[in-house]
Design a protein. Structure first.
Lengths: 239, 239
C-alpha cells in the first residue's frame, strides 16, 4: 500500500462498558477508504490520563495521521485536551480565539458562558482549531493529531471540515465475490490467486446462512482494471 | 476499580476498511460488565504479522486477560495462530488433539479434511483448546490470551465456553440519569458529585434531540446502595 496511513483513538468509557455501540469509528473508516487513506489501527481507551497520553503518542509516531473522538466537552470526565497538551509538551489554557467562538455562540442563544463551558476553550497553545458547525465548541489539530468530539453529529461535521485538508491516495476500491461453499474448499485456489495479485488484498469472510457455509471474498485495491481482472479469475475458479 | 482488567484485540481488515461494523467488541463488552471484569482497552488491527505480535504482547503485559477475535480460519489471510506462537515464543504445528476434533466433525459431514482445513489444527504447543460448538475448529488459550473466531456466532459460543473459567469481581452496575439541559449547565454540580463519590464513575454523554440539548449521566459501580444514594443526589441536584 502506498496510500497514507491513519489511526483512530476513541476515548470512551461508554463503549468499553458495553453501553454504546461504536458509530464514529465505522463512519470514519468509510470516509477514509473513499479518501484513499488507509485506516491501519484503532484503539479504544477509557477516560484515563496515562493511557490516553501514551496511546496518542504511540499512534502519532506510527502513522501519518491520527483522529481522536471524545472527551472534549465541559464536564469533569472531559480530559482529552489536557492529555493532548501533555503528550506533545505544549502549554494549555483558555485561548482567546476559542473563547470568542463560544462567546458568540452562547450570546446568540442567550446562554451564560459559565466556567464549565469555558473549559471547552482550553486548547493547547500551538494547535489549530477545527470548526464545529453543530455546537460551536471547536476541535483542534496538534502535530498530526485531529482532536474531535464524540457526539456523532459533531464528529461527522468535524470529519467533513478536516478531510479536504488531508492528502489522500487513490480511493480504495472494494469488490465482493460471494461463494456458497465452505472456506476450507476455497482456501487453496484463493491463496494462489492472492499470491498472483500482490497489488491487491483479498480477504475471506466466512458466514453461515440457513445452515450452509459460504464466504464473502473481498478484493481491495486502487487499480480498477486489476481488480476487474482478479474478479474474473475468481469467477473462473469458483464458478 | 478492584475488578480484574481485560483487553480485546480485534484482528480485522474488514472493520478498518469500513465494510463491516463491529459486533464482537460490543457483545464482549456487555458480557464482561456482567461478569465483573473491566474491559479497559480495545485495539483493532489489520492482518499484519508485526502489528498483531506487538499488540498482543503489549496488551498481555498490561491487563489481566486478553481476548482476540478473527484470523483463525483456513484461508491465507488467517495468520492469528502463527502470530500468537511468535508472540509467546512457542512452537506451532498441526496438533493431534485439534486434528481429531476436525476429523470427527468433517467425517460426520462427509467433507474432506483437506490441507486448508488442516490449517485450523495448527495450535501453539502449550495452548489449551477452546471448544467451538458451532463449527468445531477450536480456539485456544495461550498465556493469558483467549484466541477466538471472528464469525459472530462462533465468537459468542467461545465467549460462553470461556467466561465461566474466569474469576470476575462484582458485576458492574450502571444507572442512567437523563437531564434535559446542556452539559455546560450541569458540569459544575456534576463534577462536585463525582468528587464526592470516588467509588463510582460518573460519565456524561451529551445528546441533541429535537434541537434541544441534554445529557445522559451514567453512574457505574459495584456497590448498589452507594449507586442508589448517588442517583438520589443527582435527582436533587438536577430536579
Amino acid at each position: 500500500m502506498t496510500n497514507p496511513t491513519a489511526a483512530m483513538l476513541v476515548i470512551g468509557d461508554e463503549i468499553l462498558s458495553g453501553r454504546t455501540r461504536d458509530a464514529n469509528m465505522h463512519y470514519l473508516a468509510g470516509q477514509l477508504a473513499e479518501a484513499g487513506i488507509t485506516l491501519a489501527e484503532v484503539r479504544i481507551v477509557a477516560d484515563e490520563r496515562d493511557v490516553i497520553v501514551n496511546s496518542v503518542r504511540a499512534l502519532s509516531d506510527a502513522y501519518d495521521t491520527v483522529f481522536t473522538s471524545g472527551g472534549i466537552g465541559p464536564t469533569h470526565d472531559d480530559i482529552t485536551a489536557d492529555c493532548m497538551a501533555a503528550a506533545f509538551h505544549q502549554r494549555i489554557d483558555v485561548r482567546d480565539d476559542a473563547r470568542a467562538i463560544l462567546q458568540a455562540h452562547y450570546d446568540k442563544a442567550g446562554t451564560d458562558l459559565n466556567e464549565a463551558r469555558l473549559r471547552m476553550a482550553r486548547i493547547p497553545e500551538n494547535a489549530a482549531l477545527i470548526e464545529n458547525p453543530v455546537s460551536a465548541a471547536p476541535g483542534f489539530i496538534i502535530e498530526n493529531v485531529h482532536v474531535m468530539a464524540g457526539v456523532p453529529s459533531v464528529f461527522k461535521a468535524m470529519v467533513a471540515s478536516v478531510l479536504p485538508t488531508l492528502t489522500g491516495g487513490a480511493p480504495l476500491i472494494s469488490k465482493t465475490f460471494t461463494v456458497h461453499r465452505g472456506e476450507g474448499d476455497i482456501a487453496g485456489p484463493l491463496g494462489a490467486l492472492a499470491q498472483a495479485y500482490p497489488g491487491l488484498s483479498m480477504g475471506s469472510y466466512p458466514f453461515q446462512r440457513d445452515g450452509k457455509y459460504g464466504a464473502n471474498i473481498v478484493v481491495r485495491g486502487q487499480d480498477a482494471a486489476l481488480l476487474d481482472e482478479a474478479m474474473a479469475k475468481l469467477g473462473e475458479a469458483f464458478a
